[in-house]
Design a protein around this ligand. Structure first.
Ligand SMILES: [Ca+2]
Length: 223
């Protein structure tokens, strides 16, 4: 199994057998989308009967045996710091892990129109003037961090920026600005000294009618 915050892939002898994104998964009475970014158990189970392969009958052979050679758990090779954000590339196809504030209508959506990486990106747009925040708040160890996002924009906004706050210091931002940004550019806030074990990273967009901005690849990296 390969387990990521927004997706789990199952392999048998190295061949991909099944992939589930959080929004494609459910459990009876459980939250939706599924909380793949929470703690999980590993369960090894020999089941008899049930929906999957039907109930046993006279032809069923007992006893059955499951022999387990080993169970091993690995961390992914990339730096752990890359995965501080639950859905940084919006690859769950929705806004899992994010929260928003808006002044009138929600001007945020996740779509497949020209992402910078993967299949999905975040878009801000509305047919009238809007103010929109899309953000994530995460618990992190105290220390020094760098935050960044890839963005492009129609331009014309009153204000558009990447910001961080609620980390124990004053709000910091990286100005995406009010001019047109034709191709994705990376905007970074460096040297964020987290002192209270948490941080909020987000986009603040104060836009005129039909202004749009696109975002992908949020990162929060421990230095
Ligand atoms: Ca993406």
């Amino acid at each position: 199994m390969e387990w990521e915050p927004g997706k789990i892939r199952w392999y048998v002898d190295g061949n991909l057998y099944q992939t589930h994104r959080t929004k494609e998964w459910y459990s009876s009475g459980g939250p939706s989308p599924a909380p793949f970014n929470k703690r999980f158990h590993i369960l090894l189970n020999v089941a008899v009967g049930g929906n999957f392969d039907g109930d046993p009958d006279g032809s069923t052979t007992f006893l059955q045996t499951m022999m387990v050679d080993y169970v091993r758990v690995y961390n992914r090779a990339e730096p752990q710091s890359q995965y501080l954000l639950a859905n940084s590339g919006f690859e769950t196809g929705d806004l899992t892990g994010c929260f928003e504030w808006n002044s009138s209508v929600s001007a945020q959506k996740v779509d497949k129109d020209y992402p910078r990486q993967g299949s999905y990106k975040l878009t801000h747009w509305a047919s009238g003037a809007y103010q929109q925040i899309t953000a994530q708040k995460v618990n992190v160890p105290n220390g020094l961090y760098k935050a960044s996002v890839w963005a492009r924009s129609s331009g014309g906004q009153k204000a558009l920026k990447l910001y961080v706050k609620d980390y124990g210091g004053a709000e910091l931002s990286s100005d995406i600005g009010t001019s047109t940004v034709t191709e994705y550019r990376k905007y970074t806030i460096d040297n964020i000294q987290v002192t209270n074990g948490q941080i909020e990273i987000g986009i603040w967009n104060d836009a005129n009618a039909n202004n749009w901005a696109a975002f992908d690849g949020f990162e929060l990296v421990r230095k």
